[in-house]
Design a protein around this ligand. Structure first.
Ligand SMILES: *[C@@H]1O[C@H](CO)[C@@H](O)[C@H](O)[C@H]1NC(C)=O
Ligand SMILES: *[C@@H]1O[C@H](CO)[C@@H](O)[C@H](O)[C@H]1NC(C)=O
Ligand SMILES: *[C@@H]1O[C@H](CO)[C@@H](O)[C@H](O)[C@H]1NC(C)=O
Ligand SMILES: *[C@@H]1O[C@H](CO)[C@@H](O)[C@H](O)[C@H]1NC(C)=O
Ligand SMILES: *[C@@H]1O[C@H](CO)[C@@H](O)[C@H](O)[C@H]1NC(C)=O
Ligand SMILES: *[C@@H]1O[C@H](CO)[C@@H](O)[C@H](O)[C@H]1NC(C)=O
Ligand SMILES: *[C@@H]1O[C@H](CO)[C@@H](O)[C@H](O)[C@H]1NC(C)=O
Length: 474
């Protein structure tokens, strides 16, 4: 009956442009912003969903999205998730589709593993990240799609990840944990204006995809749980990540492109990425990590106006022998950092291989890493830059950086006199600095430079949001 009502609404009002829902649904009209508006719409409750936090709604999500997929070539469709607690297993998105979570709508991930179907491991990884064999589909999954939007009026997606974190800590995972949102092989993606909490593992994972905007997210995981990275573009091109707030047990943002021999063979880089106006809390990891899986290469990344409060490091490069690939043309400008272990950190010995078949001759090429306008307070180590012997990290440039070191009380200094750490420790790196305090290591001499930052715009910066109207039919 629900299906018929949606279709008849379309037959009657098909020539009009506004979104419409069946008259049985009492929803107020509203406006929202998106990269694309939709001609058709439906509300989750039209498909039998129950928002009591207990009823499993996987079937409702699947039948709603299957029905709405028929409008992909007729203006697309909007699925509204109204206030309530909507328990569900993993479900798949469709093209020219918007999932809209109203204020006080909460999607809850099922804690029954049977509600998470298995998927093949990612080809650029060759193995699962937690357990070698398989991996579970993310809560919200999409593959081979065009034009997908997940947004709302700050509704919540709660992965209820505690059961997975416990299994991880006890070494009981037999299969790789699911992510909260994963979109594969897709073009034109918007994920915005939502609160995402308690993912079993990574939160937002666009992979092998292009033209992606991720903005207005509040991402919250407890600070002591494993691998809850915030936003991980992986072998993606044209990505804009802006105005997000992230608290994570792992990296707030990590740019990746595949793992060792599998990533080298797949050969798809992450490139043309801009990250700006993000606030990060991550005491055990980085504000932005590049790697450690970077075997398809990472290039043309622009990072601007980021704030970190209590993170282990700022914009960190992680790689290893066997990774191959490259990290080049990275530009960072305007970091405001408070309470950090390392301001500048590059690691060429990260370890962690998918198996022992990696090629020990596959050396990563790290070149052209630029930082400028950095203010940091309460820092333990200013820079630890560790390249690879016979494969130095080159073209490092740091200008206008003021780092205030953590000051110990007099009594502590006497006790720790022999343990005082060097502010900088550089091995197998080459580059220049200018106007950096405290004075950098000898491998980065002062050359009175102003490190570069591109003045052109990436194509993804020109993508504009439209104002869309949802109108209820009474
Ligand atoms: C998200 O929320 C912000 C602030 O409320 C608003 O300006 C913006 O239009 C919304 N939509 C998107 C897509 O960011
Ligand atoms: C979701 O997509 C995956 C990957 O294409 C597929 O294996 C699975 O059957 C789909 N699930 C549903 C319910 O269609
Ligand atoms: C998705 O796209 C990839 C890359 O083009 C292709 O290899 C794969 O077969 C496609 N999968 C489906 C289910 O169409
Ligand atoms: C969205 O909700 C989160 C969690 O309640 C809150 O911290 C954040 O400020 C909200 N964002 C907006 C734009 O209202
Ligand atoms: C140096 O960086 C600070 C921010 O850390 C900025 O306010 C200042 O304008 C920069 N100075 C120059 C000369 O660019
Ligand atoms: C400075 O950093 C230390 C950890 O290195 C931390 O314990 C302390 O609270 C921080 N102080 C301030 C003022 O943030
Ligand atoms: C400097 O870094 C190298 C390479 O990581 C390490 O072996 C060495 O012990 C460090 N030196 C100090 C004084 O910390």
């Amino acid at each position: 009956m629900q299906i018929i009502s949606v279709i008849s609404a379309v037959l009657i009002f098909g020539s009009l442009v506004e979104c419409r829902v069946p008259s049985s649904s009492k929803l107020n009209n509203f406006d929202y912003t998106a990269i694309n508006c939709r001609k058709h719409s439906a509300i989750l409750t039209d498909f039998g969903a129950v928002g009591d936090g207990k009823t499993l709604n996987t079937k409702a999500f699947n039948s709603a999205i299957t029905k709405l997929s028929q409008y992909a070539n007729d203006g697309g469709a909007l699925l509204i998730v109204p206030p309530g607690k909507w328990l569900t297993g993993s479900f798949n998105l469709t093209s020219h589709f918007t999932l809209f979570l109203q204020k006080d709508a909460v999607i809850l991930g099922s804690q029954n593993e049977a509600d998470w179907p298995e998927l093949p491991v990612l080809p650029s990884y060759g193995k699962g990240r937690d357990a070698t064999d398989g991996r579970l589909s993310s809560l919200i999954f999409g593959t081979n799609l065009t034009d997908i939007i997940i947004t709302g009026n700050n509704g919540t997606i709660d992965g209820q990840g505690s059961i997975w974190w416990e299994k991880f800590k006890k070494g009981q995972l037999k299969i790789t944990r699911p992510y909260l949102i994963e979109i594969m092989y897709s073009d034109q993606i918007q994920i915005s204006n939502l609160t995402l909490i308690n993912s079993p593992s990574w939160f937002v994972h666009p992979v092998y995809s292009s033209n992606i905007v991720v903005n207005g997210l509040t991402i919250l995981a407890p600070l002591n749980v494993p691998n809850t990275d915030g936003i991980n573009p992986d072998s993606c091109t044209n990505v804009r990540i802006e105005d997000n707030y992230i608290e994570s047990g792992d990296d707030c943002i990590a740019i990746k492109s595949g793992w060792d021999q599998y990533g080298i063979k797949f050969g798809k880089p992450s490139e043309h990425i801009i990250i700006r106006r993000v606030t990060c809390i991550s005491p055990k990891s980085a504000m932005v990590a590049i790697g450690s899986e970077m075997s398809g290469g990472v290039q043309d990344v622009r990072i601007e106006d980021l704030t970190a409060i209590n993170t282990e490091s700022a914009v960190r490069i992680k790689t290893a022998i066997g990774r191959g690939g490259f990290v080049k043309d990275i530009f960072v400008k305007g970091l405001n950092l408070n309470t950090m272990k390392y301001v500048f950190w590059m690691t060429g010995s990260y370890g962690q291989h998918p198996d022992d078949k990696f090629d020990p001759k596959a050396l990563p090429k790290i070149n052209g890493i630029n930082y400028k306008d950095v203010t940091a307070k309460n820092v333990t180590i200013a820079g630890k830059l560790e390249g690879i012997s016979n494969d130095p990290f080159t073209g490092i440039c740091i200008s206008n950086a003021t780092i205030e070191m953590f000051v110990k009380k007099d009594s502590d200094i006497e006790m720790d006199a022999k343990k005082v750490k060097l502010p900088w420790n550089c091995t197998d790196v080459a580059g220049v600095t200018s106007n950096v305090v405290p004075q950098p290591c000898a491998l980065l001499p002062d050359k009175k430079v102003d490190c570069p930052f591109p003045t052109d715009k990436l194509a993804i910066e020109n993508v504009q949001f439209k104002t869309c109207s949802f109108k209820s039919v009474i």
